[in-house]
Design a protein around this ligand. Structure first.
Ligand code: NAP
Length: 283
């Protein structure tokens, strides 16, 4: 029997919990999002993040900058946000326009406000197995969803397809820290299908519709589909869900799987940074 990993339901449960906890504080957590340019997908993501923050009692601030902004202009905004004690979490919506230096801009974020966990301080601590201030939201959400359904990771063979800093690399680190045996594949990998066929769990973060078909699946494998692919107005993942789902024990849908978990983890990270900054841990 196939069980659908319901990211929407799990995310709502997490968000309700954060909303309740937030009520105990007189001050509200505040998330600032820097959006450069007019990429329609980025605009929708930022709007959703900001609405979700407000729906659980947070404050949010969106800084819209024109697409021809310079590195220095963006850095000025980041420095102001770093200094502003009312701002607890800073997110720079990626991808930035090509002329901007993404690395320099991300690195300018104060690590204690780095809600995505993308600065070298936080990412480095993740690599070393120390506690970062924040763990990247999508990988953290994937692990939380796996845990919600009591899927055991220890000793499992996991194939992660994609090696980006946002998804593939950090999720591989988190899986290793949970004692899974991880293989990372990418565009230069040879014969991914045979790796996939040996894997108890497949995490696909490629960004190609129908990339994963039944030929990749070991019977009763767990399949986590991170991909978001737009065709006209239809959103699909990397997995050909209809043909693959019957072969799996657990599978995420797209939409409604990893996506909502990512937003929930963004809110959780914002709340955690807020608590760290105010030294208000409720023990
Ligand atoms: P990315 O930076 O473009 O990385 C894609 C990865 O896939 C790269 O490592 C690339 O390999 C690999 N790849 C490309 N073609 C391949 C092939 N034919 N075989 C094997 N590997 C291949 O993308 P990303 O930021 O990680 O995002 C991946 C997907 O997840 C996108 O669809 C994105 O929209 C989605 N996403 C979803 C969420 C969510 O919340 N649901 C969050 C983030 C991203 P190379 O390294 O060799 O180029």
């Amino acid at each position: 029997m196939t069980i659908i990993l319901d990211g929407k339901k799990t995310a709502n449960k997490i968000l309700e919990n954060i909303k309740e906890q937030t009520k105990q504080f007189s001050k509200k957590p505040k998330l600032a999002v820097v959006l450069v340019g007019d990429n329609p997908a980025s605009e929708i993501y930022v709007k959703n993040k900001s609405l979700k923050a407000e729906s659980i009692g947070f404050e949010s601030l969106v800084i819209n900058l024109p697409s021809d902004v310079t590195d220095d202009n963006v850095l000025e905004h980041i420095f102001i946000l770093n200094e502003d004690t009312n701002i607890n979490a800073i997110l720079v919506q990626l991808p930035l326009p090509q002329h901007l230096n993404t690395q320099k801009i991300i690195e300018a974020i104060d690590p204690i406000k780095d809600v995505d966990g993308f600065t070298s301080y936080n990412f480095g601590r993740l690599v070393l197995g120390y506690n970062p201030y924040a763990i990247p939201c999508t990988p953290k959400g994937i692990i939380r969803l796996i845990d919600e359904y009591n899927i055991d990771l220890e000793g499992k063979n996991v194939l992660v397809i994609g090696r980006s800093n946002i998804v593939g690399k950090p999720v591989s680190l988190l899986l290793q820290s949970r004692n899974a045996t991880v293989v990372m594949a990418h565009s230069k990998s040879v014969d991914i299908k045979s790796w996939a066929k040996k894997s108890d769990i497949i995490i696909s973060a490629v960004g190609k519709a129908n990339f994963i078909n039944p030929d990749f699946i070991k019977q009763d494998a767990v399949v986590i589909d991170v991909g978001i692919n737009r065709n006209n107005n239809v959103i699909t993942g990397d997995v050909d869900f209809i043909s693959v789902a019957p072969l799996t024990s657990f599978i995420t849908p797209v939409p409604g799987g990893v996506g909502p978990m990512t937003i929930a983890m963004l809110m959780e990270n914002t709340f955690e940074l807020f608590k760290i900054q105010h030294s208000l841990f409720l023990i």
